[in-house]
Ligand binder design. Structure first.
Ligand code: SAM
Ligand code: SF4
Length: 330
């Protein structure tokens, strides 16, 4: 293996996990993700090309990044996403290749994804009830997503996780149903605390914290906490006697900045060193201005040195960034 100098921030945290959004477009309109106002898509030429994405993945891998997540918008609506996945599968050093998707492409593509060496897939699913699913996503696609989940399991994609954004007054009454879903299948259901992003109708009283969720679950299921790793974002529990497990993403009530190892790139090539802070380096503009790989690497290292120790308090971060969750990619 070649020698590399890892990407380290000024607090000594090593960053080996890159999440890259390959499109800002989506076939869903999830109410917690998008502003209620009309969406204006960026012109295509403003988005990174597939070649530019591949190049960036190679630059990051040379800096010790070994975990890559492809996200969006909805990654499976980007033309050529399979070609991209094939390309990044061949990048040496990237050992964990993950995707976050709304699941609509999985019934058709799960086997192909398994063959391409995807090591895990996170599928967003916020309700098991058809009417509610339609209300949340503004698409009548529950059956398609459920078929996609079964296809991912059948194809043997190693780690299948469901992302459930829990919102008060919307779907918190389905928490036990989701745990039962995980109890019956070898997958992990991850309950995500509702986070504020541009125009998504967030209010503090719409957040259900993980402790409250746990209280709802405990009377019905026996849980065994898993030992965590400092960079884990989820608090995970095995379901005793069940096939799967559950996890909680506690961004709102118990942040996990101390072990942060993540870097994000938006679909238009902005590097974000924190989910809750604006990106301050356009890797797209650098590449299009003719920078070579060494110059790109130097710029990434410099940006990482400006990373905060933790994210700003909740009231502040909503005023700091002007991107929707769909543009950031989760
Ligand atoms: N379209 C894909 C999907 O839905 O999985 C990938 C992109 S989506 C922005 C990535 C993840 O962000 C999804 O799991 C979604 O549930 C989550 N997400 C979006 N808005 C959120 C919010 N306000 N709070 C918490 N999670 C959110
Ligand atoms: Fe699309 Fe995913 Fe956002 Fe829903 S959460 S609108 S599926 S990007």
């Amino acid at each position: 293996m070649s020698e590399f100098e890892p990407l380290v921030d000024r607090f000594g945290r090593r960053h080996n996990y890159l999440r890259i959004s390959i499109t800002d477009r989506c076939n869903f309109r999830c109410q917690y993700c998008l502003p209620a106002t009309k969406i204006v898509w960026r012109p295509r030429e403003e988005l990174l090309s597939l070649e530019e994405i591949g190049r960036l993945v190679r630059v990051f891998s040379r800096c010790g990044v070994d975990k890559l997540r492809i996200t969006g918008g909805e990654p499976t609506v980007r033309k050529g996403w399979q070609t991209l996945l094939r390309d990044v599968s061949s990048v040496s050093g990237i050992t964990d290749r993950l995707m976050t998707t709304n699941g609509t492409g999985l019934a058709q593509h799960a086997s192909e994804l398994a063959e391409l060496g995807l090591t895990g897939v996170n599928i967003s699913l916020d309700s098991l009830r058809r009417d509610r699913f339609r209300e949340i996503t503004r698409q009548d696609s529950l059956d398609e997503v459920l078929t996609g989940i079964e296809a991912a399991l059948a194809a043997g994609i190693p780690r299948v996780k469901l992302n459930v954004v829990v919102m008060a007054g919307v779907n918190e009454d389905e928490i036990p149903d989701f745990v039962a879903f995980a109890n019956e299948r070898p997958l992990q259901v991850r309950f995500i605390e509702f986070m504020p992003f541009l125009g998504n109708g967030w209010k503090v009283d719409r957040v259900i914290g993980y402790r409250e969720m746990l209280e709802q679950i405990k009377p019905h299921f026996e849980l065994q906490p898993r030992d965590g790793h400092p960079s884990d974002v989820a608090k995970e529990f095995d379901l005793i006697g069940g096939a799967g497990s559950i996890g909680f993403i506690t961004s709102m009530t118990d942040s996990f900045c101390g072990g942060c190892n993540r870097l994000r790139i938006t679909a238009d090539g902005l590097l974000k060193t924190c989910l809750f802070l604006p990106g301050n380096l356009s890797l797209r503009d650098l590449m299009r201005a003719g920078a070579d790989d060494t110059e790109i690497e130097q710029a990434i290292r410099a940006a990482l040195l400006t990373k905060w120790e933790g994210h700003p308090p909740m009231e502040q971060w909503r005023q700091l960034d002007n991107l929707t969750m769909m543009e950031i990619g989760g």
